[in-house]
Design a protein around this ligand. Sequence first.
Ligand code: AMP
Length: 364
Amino acid sequence: MVEEKLAPGARVGIVGGGQLGRMLALAGARLGLYCHIYTDRSDDPAIDVAACSSVAPYDDQDALARFVDAVDVVTYEFENIPAQTAEFLAAQKPVRPSPQVLALTQDRLVEKNFISGLGIEVAPYAQVDDAGALARAVAQIGRPSILKTRRFGYDGKGQALIRLGSDLATSFRSLGGQPSILEGFVPFRCEVSVVAARGLDGDFVAWDIGQNVHEHHILASTKVPADISADLAARAKDKARKIAEALDYVGVLAVEMFLTEGRGGPRLLVNEIAPRVHNSGHWTMDGAVTSQFEQHLRAICGFPLGSVRAHGPAEMLNLIGDDIYRWREFLAQKGACLHLYGKSEARPGRKMGHVTFLKENAQD
Ligand code: AMP
C-alpha cells in the first residue's frame, strides 16, 4: 500500500547523487529518515552519507524497479532525469515534485509559455527551430539577445549570445542546431531568487529573498536579504506562490528572477524555475530555523513545514575549483560555516563546497 503521509523511519529515494543529494541525505538522517540515492556514478558525493545507494544507468529498468520497491517516496536532486524514468517510478510510488513538473521545467519553451500564461512577466522570447526562425526571432526581439537550447542546459551550457555582428547561422550551429528559444537580453539591476516550499496540504512558505551574483554563468554568491524593497520582496514571493499553486507543487522550488528598471518602476521578470533544492538556498542550512533540505523532506513526506525565519543577514559563497584550498582560512573565521562536498578532484568550474557567513547586521 502507498501511504500519502509518511513518518520518521520512512525510506526516501533520491534520484541523483550530487551535493544536493548529499545535503538532503544529511538532513534526512536528522529526521530519522533513510535516504536511498540512485545515481549512475559510483563516485558521487551523496553516496558517502546516505543510508543506501544504487549505482546504475538512469534507464536501467531492473535497477529502477529494485530501487522503487525499496523506498516509500521518490524525489530528485537534478532536473535532467529522463521523462520515462520519472514516469516509471511514479507508476509504483509517489514522485514528488510530480513527473509533470519535471517535464515542464525540462523544456524552456514550455516553461516560459506556462509562466507567461499565469500573467507573470518574463523576458521577450520566441521559438527557434531552424536558422530561418532564428533570423525572424532576431528581427522581432533585437540584439543583444540570447539563444538557449530548450532542453538540457545548465550553468550557461547550451547558450549563445547574439551580438550586433554575430552570424546567425553560426550561432545556431554552435548549439548543435537543436530546438531552442531566443530570449531578449535583460539589462538587469540584479538577479534574485525565491526559494520556497509547498507542503502536501498546500501550505506555502518562502525564505527571505536571495540576491545572486553569477560568474561565468555559475552562481558565485548569494546575499540574504536581497537589497530590494519590502514591496518588491512581497511581489517576488507572490509570483513563486502563484507558480507553486498552479503546478500543485510539493517540495522546495526556486524561482530565479531578474530585477530591471522599467518606466513604471522596478519590474521582476522570471528567468527560470528549479523544481528542487537550489544553490541559492544553501544559506538556510546555517542561517534559518529550517534548512531548504529539511523542508524539502518534510514536504515530500507530508510532514508539517518548518519555520523559514532567518537568524539574521547571511552571505553564501560557493567554493568552485581551487577555492576549496581556502578551507583552513574559512574554518578560522568566526561566523563562517563551512560545507565541503567530499569531491576528490577540484576541476575548474566544479562546485566543491560552500561557506556561509552569518552577520550581525546587513553592513557587516
Ligand atoms: P540560465 O541558464 O537561464 O539560468 O542563465 C544563466 C545566467 O545567464 C543567468 O543567471 C544570467 O546571469 C544570465 N542570463 C540568462 N538569461 C539572460 C537574459 N535573458 N538576459 C540577461 N542575462 C541572462
